[in-house]
Design a protein around this ligand. Structure first.
Ligand code: AN7
Length: 363
């Protein structure tokens, strides 16, 4: 580790984070510093209304949007960056639909590493672009989708001593599995169903691994059924074929050829679960309901798993008596375009309290 990075790592002990809390379950080596930006330990919040429509006993939202950069990516990024630092790397690279790049940019900035992110030009949400920009990452926009960008990142990092921090980096998956531990610890048992949006399929792979490891350690007595959901225009794991030109409003999961394809299918089959598709309309309807009925402002990709559970229930599947957890993977603040896709209803009045009361109907 170089001296500059060593000095920066010094202040991280109080943040605790994924490496300190779950180190015994992670492939840590003596070279890896216990860095943290305060990731993990996110809330598990019970549903107030969607639970009824799904028809289950209890439905919870795992608010991964509460991580330091506003998405679940921080759990895996902190482990991948610790590994990169331990290996003496001075630069990181990733391809991204936005959240991985935001996370890499933040951790890279904190520890003085160069960060290069390759994104599909014009296809990442504005908030995520803002994050990469404010943290000082080099943002490289290519004329191609995420799958093309990932191919570029793999090629470049194979030619230079730059750490690839996409979920093809095994340390990413290791960190992300800690969310499954937190859910099991909070509930005292694994849930019956884990519902999760699927893009590059790293996260469904990570949760499944986490639940398997916890059962082996006898922290739980069972494993959940894994129900993954893709956007209908970007659903290769549903059709069984890569999608050459994926399309969806949920830009985070606009991915046509998931890197963790095999392990996602394995999680689906070994858990007796399924991977289904939801349309953009279904995603946006769930997004609106989460905001208006649950007080949860998530990004469209996150709403896909809630849309999927509502769709399965509406199609007649019974979740009676079951405990369901939906993973809210990212914050709605990242994607203001979707939030403001309809002109917001703003009451314009003179700055006089009587005028405001009249407008309120409280005159
Ligand atoms: C909010 O940031 O792929 O199935 O480059 O940002 O593990 O890929 C993001 C993916 C779900 C899908 N929800 O997770 C990236 C990227 C949100 C996401 C997913 C992503 P994976």
């Amino acid at each position: 580790m170089n001296v500059d990075i060593a000095a920066r790592v010094h202040g991280d002990a109080l943040a605790r984070g994924v490496l300190r809390r779950y180190g015994e379950h992670l492939p840590l080596t003596p070279d890896m510093p216990l860095i943290s930006l305060g990731e993990g330990d996110t809330p598990l919040v019970r549903s107030t209304s969607i639970e009824r429509d799904v028809g289950c006993a209890e439905l919870y939202f795992k608010l991964e949007s509460c991580n330091p950069t506003g998405s679940f990516k921080d759990r895996g990024m902190v482990v991948a960056v610790a590994k990169a630092i331990g290996d003496g790397a001075t630069a990181l690279m990733c391809a991204s639909t936005g959240n991985t790049s935001a996370s890499a940019a933040a951790y890279g900035a904190r520890y003085g590493l160069g960060v290069y992110v390759i994104v599909p030009d014009g296809k990442i949400a504005r908030g995520k672009l803002a994050q990469g920009s404010v943290h000082g990452a080099e943002i490289i926009a290519v004329d191609g989708n995420f799958d093309v960008a990932l191919g570029m990142a793999r090629a470049i990092t194979s030619r230079h001593p730059i750490a690839l921090v996409n979920s093809v980096n095994p340390f990413r998956i290791e960190g992300q599995k800690t969310a499954a531990f937190e859910i099991a610890d909070a509930l005292g048992e694994a849930p019956d169903v884990l519902a999760i949006p699927v893009g590059n399929a790293g996260n469904i792979t990570a949760y499944w691994r986490g639940f398997i490891e916890y059962q082996r350690l006898e922290r739980t007595t069972r494993r959940p059924r894994m129900l993954g959901f893709q956007a209908a225009g970007a659903a290769p794991l549903v059709s069984g074929e890569p999608v050459a030109d994926p399309q969806t409003v949920a830009s985070a999961i606009r991915i046509g050829n998931p890197a963790s394809w095999t392990s996602a299918v394995e999680a689906r089959d070994a858990s007796g679960g399924g991977i289904g598709a939801v349309t953009d309309d279904e995603i946006l309807s769930a997004y609106d309901r989460l905001a208006r009925e649950e007080g949860i402002f998530c990004e469209p990709a996150s709403a896909a798993c809630v849309a999927g559970m509502l769709k399965r229930a509406a199609a007649g599947e019974s979740f009676a008596g079951q405990v369901v957890v939906c993973v809210i993977t990212g914050s709605g603040l990242k994607d203001p375009e979707t939030a403001l896709r309809a002109e917001p209803a703003i009451h314009r009045v003179p700055a006089e309290f009587e005028a405001i009361e009249r407008e309120m109907g409280w005159a």
